[in-house]
Design a protein around this ligand. Structure first.
Ligand SMILES: C[S@@+](CC[C@H](N)C(=O)[O-])C[C@H]1O[C@@H](n2cnc3c(N)ncnc32)[C@H](O)[C@@H]1O
Length: 193
């Protein structure tokens, strides 16, 4: 599968005309990840302008998983092909749907890229089932790692580090090989044991 995109400014590019706030190297990591790991359900928190959601939606068509995405604001310029839910992922209906989605969605991946990654990770990590995955964007293992190895090279923003995340309390561990690879695009990757 090939993907059409154009770079327009640092940290943001157009995916088939939809803006995505990602490193363009995501195309090297997410497709092989979904090739290797079969998910039944993928839920994203933080749709923004929809480019990344569109990318994951395209992968959902190829790999046959259910995908939906939340944003408290609607920043989409046109009607999306994917299931966009214009509601908060922190409470109310959005919260109930995510908890239910994890409980009954089979093998689940939660993509955490909303307004507060630490809060979102720690809110939903307890509901993950054995074998489920959770990933956070704007991640670095620690601030020093970000300063030395990521800033000005991979990704400018660091909004969560390992010490912020309730890893041990929730029986999470770095996903073998993928956690290291996804650092190249500022995503963490954890799985529940
Ligand atoms: C960093 S942007 C997401 C970027 C997007 N995933 C991408 O790759 O292009 C974070 C988004 O989280 C949204 N957000 C903030 N609070 C939220 C909440 N309580 N529930 C859902 N989304 C929220 C913001 O409106 C914003 O669009």
């Amino acid at each position: 599968m090939s993907f059409e995109y154009t770079c327009n400014r640092r940290g943001r590019f157009m995916y088939y005309g939809w803006p995505a706030q990602q490193n363009t190297n995501i195309f090297d990591y997410f497709p092989p990840f979904f090739e290797q790991k079969q998910f039944d359900t993928v839920i994203e928190i933080g749709t923004s302008e929809g480019g990344f959601s569109h990318f994951i939606y395209d992968l959902s068509q190829e790999h046959d998983f259910k995908f939906w995405t939340y944003d408290i604001e609607n920043k989409l310029r046109k009607t999306p092909p994917f299931d966009f839910r214009n509601k908060s992922a922190w409470d109310g209906e959005g919260y109930d749907e995510i908890v239910e989605g994890i409980a009954n969605g089979g093998k689940t991946l939660l993509l955490v890229d909303g307004g507060n990654k630490i809060k979102e990770f720690n809110l939903y990590a307890p509901f993950l089932k054995e074998g489920d995955y959770i990933m956070t964007h704007d991640y670095a293992p620690d601030r020093e790692y970000h300063k030395v190895l990521m800033r000005d090279q991979i990704w400018e923003w660091c909004e969560n580090v390992q010490a912020d995340l309730d890893i041990y309390e929730n029986d999470l561990m770095p996903a073998v090989s993928w956690s290291q690879q996804f650092l190249n695009v500022a995503w963490s990757c954890w799985t529940k044991f």
